[in-house]
Design a protein around this ligand. Structure first.
Ligand code: GLY
Ligand code: MN
Ligand code: MN
Length: 447
């Protein structure tokens, strides 16, 4: 596999941007410095086994270093950022190591061999220093003026919404890795493998361990495709094979991809429905540009879905009525997409003004995570779906939608579960870059 071994050369520019964005925020809130913790390895209850570390995304925004617990980043405006790097004296585990990479030059690095020694390695804490991170034992002794202050956090979240060129490079690499995994998983599906084996193929394809994935991969066969965040991996090969939905991503320096594809085992009605959803998803991608209100695009999706459901003879009513009555939500109960970055559901999606109120989703669409007007530098997922969800169909059958649904067609397609097609898009100055389609294109053309 031919992926770069270190962060892109633009990391130092990224860090300069981070410094420029954070400096006035600290001043505005009366902080003279900021300390960010990387995260702590947590033990399971009554056990000596730890959960996998999920690094603090604010730390990763500053330092491209995963798998390094109990490190501290200290930023004082006007000074080179300090990285207190914790490399434990430990003969049970391999201590964290700093890579031989150019980004290390951007920090004043102070290596310590115990978490307890980290405090003394920091520049003196003045009493106006804010701390951002998960609280840990001994934190009170540091003397921070505030721990995760809400207003500061909201402003830092907002600064993470518009991605820098370095971050977009990382997201591009994450898409490429994710696409490799998807191609391996697709081959395993067509080979007739179980959900478990397809999941293994995905991991092998992107050369990641399960704990390195940005989110738990969803690998569903047949009616399991109807469970939006299906989490079980059936070891047995099902007696019949109708469909596969795989929602799985990779990460690069903590930046995620979030990709979904749906396949039919054979042609026929389900493939025709996938084709319809593919056209619908692509028309939505084509609409992405600065100035688009994501809430409106979400509602447009329901309008397009209503037309597709009618064309496919799954419902019989007029499209407006199908949207306004909530009938389309029976088939698509989740949001159109969300911000993507260091967190798969990235921060800031409903908060355009850190000092203002949240922007609520449209009435009847509570799960929409992004409610803002798109701007250049936003990275979003585009993930319309169409599902046959028992719980929602049963409610619909006895409720107001009962007569508008073609139950014979629904019954025929129920064993296929559902469809989701998800790409990752960077909003550019006058349109968007589709990281996912580009990644598949690169792999398929052998470049
Ligand atoms: N993979 C979770 C989502 O698509 O939001
Ligand atoms: Mn997804
Ligand atoms: Mn998603």
């Amino acid at each position: 596999m031919n992926t770069p071994v270190g962060p892109s050369p633009s990391f130092s520019t990224h860090l300069e941007t981070v410094v420029q964005r954070v400096t006035p925020i600290l001043e505005a809130y009366g902080h003279d410095s900021l300390v960010i913790h990387s995260g702590t390895q947590r033990l399971a209850f009554l056990d000596d086994q730890s959960f996998p570390l999920r690094s603090n995304p604010h730390f990763l925004w500053w330092v491209p270093l995963r798998d390094a617990p109990d490190c501290l980043l200290q930023f004082t405006p006007g000074r080179k950022p300090v990285l207190v790097f914790h490399s434990a004296d430990d003969f049970w585990h391999k201590p964290a190591q700093l890579p031989d990479a150019a980004w290390t030059q951007c920090f004043d690095i102070r290596t310590v061999n115990s978490a307890g020694a980290a405090r003394t390695a920091l520049d003196p804490i003045s009493g106006l220093t804010a701390f951002v991170g998960e609280p840990f034992e001994g934190l009170d002794d540091f003397g921070f003026s505030s721990v995760n202050p809400q207003q500061l956090l909201r402003r830092l979240h907002e600064q993470r919404v518009r991605k820098t060129p370095y971050e977009i490079d990382c997201l591009r690499a994450a898409s490429l890795l994710g696409a490799r995994g998807h191609l391996a998983a697709e081959a395993a599906f067509h080979h007739g493998d179980s959900e478990f084996a397809i999941h293994q193929a995905f991991l092998d394809g992107c050369m990641l361990r399960e704990q390195e994935l940005p989110y738990q991969a969803i690998v569903a066969l047949n009616d399991n495709c109807a469970t939006l965040h299906y989490q079980q991996l059936e070891r047995r090969v099902p007696a019949e094979r109708h469909s596969m939905l795989i929602d799985a991503g990779a990460q690069r320096h903590g930046y995620a991809s979030d990709i979904t594809r749906t396949y039919a085992a054979a042609g026929g009605d389900f493939q025709s429905l996938i084709d319809g959803m593919e056209a619908l998803q692509q028309s939505l991608c084509a609409a992405v540009r600065p100035g688009i209100d994501w809430r409106e695009l979400h509602l447009t999706t329901h309008q397009l879905l209503a037309e597709l459901l009618i064309e496919q003879q799954l419902i019989h009513t007029d499209p407006e009525q199908a949207v306004h009555s909530g009938l389309t939500s029976v088939f698509l109960p989740h949001g159109l997409g969300h911000l993507l970055g260091l967190q798969v559901h990235d921060v800031g999606g409903r908060l355009p003004d850190p000092d203002g109120p949240q922007l609520d989703p449209p009435a009847g669409h509570p799960y929409l995570r992004l409610t803002r007007i798109l701007e250049p530098g936003f990275v979003v997922t585009m993930e319309p779906g169409l599902y046959f969800i028992d719980m929602l169909l049963e409610k619909a059958m006895t409720g107001q939608h009962g007569n508008a649904i073609n139950w014979r067609r629904v019954q025929a397609l129920r064993p296929c579960g559902g469809i989701r097609i998800e790409d990752n898009l960077v909003v550019t100055a006058n349109g968007c870059e589709n990281l996912t389609r580009d990644a598949f294109q690169i792999l398929k053309s052998g470049r």
